[in-house]
Design a protein around this ligand. Structure first.
Ligand code: SAM
Length: 284
C-alpha cells in the first residue's frame, strides 16, 4: 500500500489542532530530521516498530514505509481521530490510545523477534520512559529517541565528565549508545526552548557486567552520585555496613576509598558493589 507523506503544518491546520504544552507537544516539521531518525534507527521490513507519541503521524508515516508494522501509542484524545483518519486504513498500522508509562510492552512485543522503539519523546517524561523501558527488561533491539540535548549528553557520557551520572551508568549497563544527530529548536512547531538530540540505544545481549546483586549495584551508584562532591567512602556509608567490613570491601575491590563516584567506570562500580555484597553476607 502506498503511504502518503504526512505534513505536520497542513494537518495542524486541517484539523484546527490546538497544542497541549503539558503533553510535551512539539511536532517535527523538518524532513531531513525525519529521514535521519528512520535511517538512524536502521528500520527494515523485518522490524516491528513501536512509536511513543505519534502526534499527527508525521514520523509514523515514514516508519510505515520501511517497517513490517508500526504500533503507535498516543495519550491525547484529540490526536486519536486524526491518526485514525490519516493512517488508519493502513493494515500495518495499529494505534493504542494510552499512557506509554502504563502500557505492558510485553503484550505488544509478543513473539516478534525484532522490535525497535522509535520516538520523538514528550520531554516531560523522557527519563521515566527510558528508565522503565530498560529496567523492565523488555525485548527491544534498540531505542532510537529524540530527547533533550542535556539528557542525551548525560546518557552518552563517560567517567570524569561533568555529565556522567546515574543515568549514564543505568543506560550503559544495558546498552551501547550512539548519538545520531543534534536538532535545532527550529525543526519543531511550536519551537521548544532547548536543543534536541537523536540517540540510538542498542540493547546488549546481556548487561555489560555480571553482578552479585543488581539492586545493590544501583544503590551504590545512586549513593555515589547523590553526593558527587564527597569521597566514595562517605557516599556509600548509607549502605550501612560496619566500618571494618566496608574497609575490606574497598581493599578487595582495589578501589581507593578517597576517589569520587564520578571517576568510576561501570566495571569498577560492579567490583565495589560485589565486594560490598560479599562483606554484607559475612555480617548477616
Ligand atoms: N511524533 C510526533 C512528531 O515527531 O512530530 C509528535 C512528538 S511530540 C514531541 C510528543 C507526543 O507524545 C505528542 O503527540 C503527545 O501527545 C504524546 N504524549 C505525551 N505524553 C504521552 C504519554 N504519556 N504516552 C503517550 N503519548 C504521550
Amino acid at each position: 500500500m502506498d503511504i502518503r507523506d504526512v505534513k505536520t503544518q497542513e494537518l495542524v491546520k486541517k484539523y484546527n489542532f490546538k497544542f497541549t504544552k503539558s503533553l510535551g507537544q512539539n511536532f517535527l516539521v523538518d524532513d531531513s530530521v525525519l529521514e535521519d531518525i528512520v535511517n538512524g534507527a536502521e528500520v527494515t521490513e523485518e522490524d516491528v516498530v513501536i512509536e511513543i507519541g505519534p502526534g499527527v503521524g508525521t514520523l509514523t508515516a515514514q516508519l510505515l514505509k520501511k517497517a513490517k508494522k508500526v504500533i503507535a501509542i498516543e495519550l491525547d484524545d484529540e490526536l486519536v481521530p486524526i491518526l485514525q483518519n490519516e493512517l488508519g486504513e493502513n493494515p500495518n498500522f495499529q494505534l493504542i490510545h494510552k499512557d506509554a508509562l502504563k502500557v505492558d510492552f510485553n503484550e505488544l512485543i509478543g513473539d516478534e523477534k525484532s522490535v525497535k522503539l522509535v520516538a520523538n519523546l514528550p520531554y516531560y517524561v523522557t527519563t521515566p520512559i527510558i528508565v522503565r523501558l530498560l529496567n523492565e527488561g523488555y525485548n527491544f533491539k534498540s531505542l532510537t529517541v529524540m530527547i533533550q540535548k542535556e539528557v542525551a549528553e548525560r546518557i552518552n557520557s563517560e567517567p570524569n565528565c561533568k555529565e556522567y551520572g546515574s543515568i549514564s551508568v543505568l543506560v550503559q549497563y544495558y546498552c551501547d549508545t550512539n548519538i545520531i544527530r543534534y536538532v535545532s529548536p527550529n525543526c519543531f512547531i511550536p519551537r521548544p526552548k532547548v536543543e534536541s538530540v537523536v540517540i540510538r540505544l542498542d540493547r546488549l545481549e546481556k548487561p555489560r557486567v555480571e553482578l552479585r546483586s543488581e539492586k545493590l549495584f544501583f544503590d551504590v551508584v545512586r549513593s555515589s552520585f547523590n553526593m558527587r562532591r564527597k569521597t566514595l567512602w562517605n557516599a556509600v556509608k548509607s549502605i550501612g555496613l560496619p566500618k571494618e567490613n566496608m574497609e575490606r570491601a574497598f581493599e578487595s575491590s582495589g578501589i581507593d576509598q578517597k576517589r569520587r563516584g564520578e571517576t568510576l567506570s561501570i566495571e569498577e562500580f560492579a567490583a565495589l558493589s560485589d565486594a560490598i555484597y560479599d562483606e554484607k553476607d559475612k555480617v548477616k
